[in-house]
Design a protein around this ligand. Structure first.
Ligand code: ACK
Length: 300
């Protein structure tokens, strides 16, 4: 289906984001998503040939996938926060549209956590530079993500796919919220379309999102609780052994994941608050930021 550019997307070839392919020196493929591909590249225009990540479509991608990339471009133009991935440039008018994003040295938080499992305290993985994860790291990751989400809340953005796979870890172990392909402006788009081809991240979704496709900052808070569980279990898959199609019923009957062995009662009580059935009963990212900030200062 050919897509026509409508007023929803304002593409200005001379815009400050315009980036030419010739400015890039492509390196390895960092990963492939469902319909996109992320390739490491060097920005030859910068003095030290700064590493960047280039997000593009895979061959065979269709118009809805192009729209997802373009909407990510649209959204990233307006965000600026240390814990949210930064847009460097874009090329949206050619036959191979791409976004240039800041490079996150350690890749996704999920892969970092899983790699760290194999390491002993203070050991460093020689290849990727992954270090053993400490309790302080976990609390710091949670705190940083809360700050980024607090910012997104302020600018009225709902992420809709908050999960460890969508958090990138940059130099200095800085968390960057990424993957805005599904993100929608809550004011512009309060009633979400049900897209038949959409693959939904069931195990991260709040009950109201599963039932009625309602996405709000409060459903992001639910997903954040699942993300914290991923942090604590060093990247385990949530609700192990439970088929996704059974989940909604279980949640409505009050079922929740149990406290992981290495999780304190205090931290688990925060997770449980994020999983309140009533969206209004869930804490705000502001409150969560304060909670994690104070936990970080104690040696647990
Ligand atoms: O865990 P990873 O190595 O980190 O595998 C995924 C893959 O691409 C597909 O999303 C990696 N990735 C995505 N964006 C970036 C980025 N800006 N910097 C570095 N790696 C990235 C991600």
């Amino acid at each position: 289906v050919p897509i026509t550019m409508n007023s929803e997307f304002k593409f200005d070839a001379d815009s400050k984001w315009k980036f030419h392919k010739e400015w890039l020196e492509f390196d390895e493929v960092l990963g492939e998503g469902e319909f996109g591909k992320v390739v490491k590249a060097f920005d030859i225009q910068t003095e030290k040939k700064k590493a960047v990540a280039v997000k593009m479509l895979k061959t065979g991608a269709n118009s809805s996938e192009l729209i997802a990339l373009l909407s990510e471009f649209q959204l990233l133009q307006d965000v600026s926060h240390p814990n949210v991935i930064k847009l460097i440039g874009a090329s949206t008018d050619g036959d191979c549209p791409f976004l240039v994003l800041e490079y996150a040295k350690y890749g996704s938080l999920r892969s970092y956590l899983r790699l760290s499992r194999k390491l002993d305290t203070c050991e460093v993985d020689p290849e990727v530079g992954v270090e053993a994860v400490t309790v302080k790291d976990i609390l710091s990751f949670a705190w940083q993500i809360c700050k980024g989400m607090g910012y997104l809340t302020e600018i009225k953005l709902v992420h809709r796919d908050l999960a460890a796979r969508n958090i990138l870890l940059a130099e200095g172990k800085i968390c960057k919220i990424s993957d805005f392909g599904l993100t929608r402006d809550i004011y512009e788009d309060s009633a979400y379309l049900k897209r038949s081809r959409e693959r939904v991240p069931v195990k991260w979704m709040a009950p109201e999102s599963l039932a009625d496709h309602v996405y709000t900052t409060k459903s992001d808070v639910w997903s954040f609780g699942i993300l914290c569980w991923e942090l604590i279990t060093l990247g385990a898959s949530p609700y192990p052994g439970i088929p996704p199609q059974n989940l909604y019923h279980l949640l409505k009957n009050g079922y929740r994941m149990e406290r992981p062995e290495n999780c304190s009662e205090t931290v688990f009580s925060i997770l449980r608050k994020c999983w309140a059935d009533d969206p209004n009963g869930r804490p705000s990212f502001k409150y969560l930021t304060i909670q994690f900030e104070s936990l970080m200062t104690f040696d647990l």
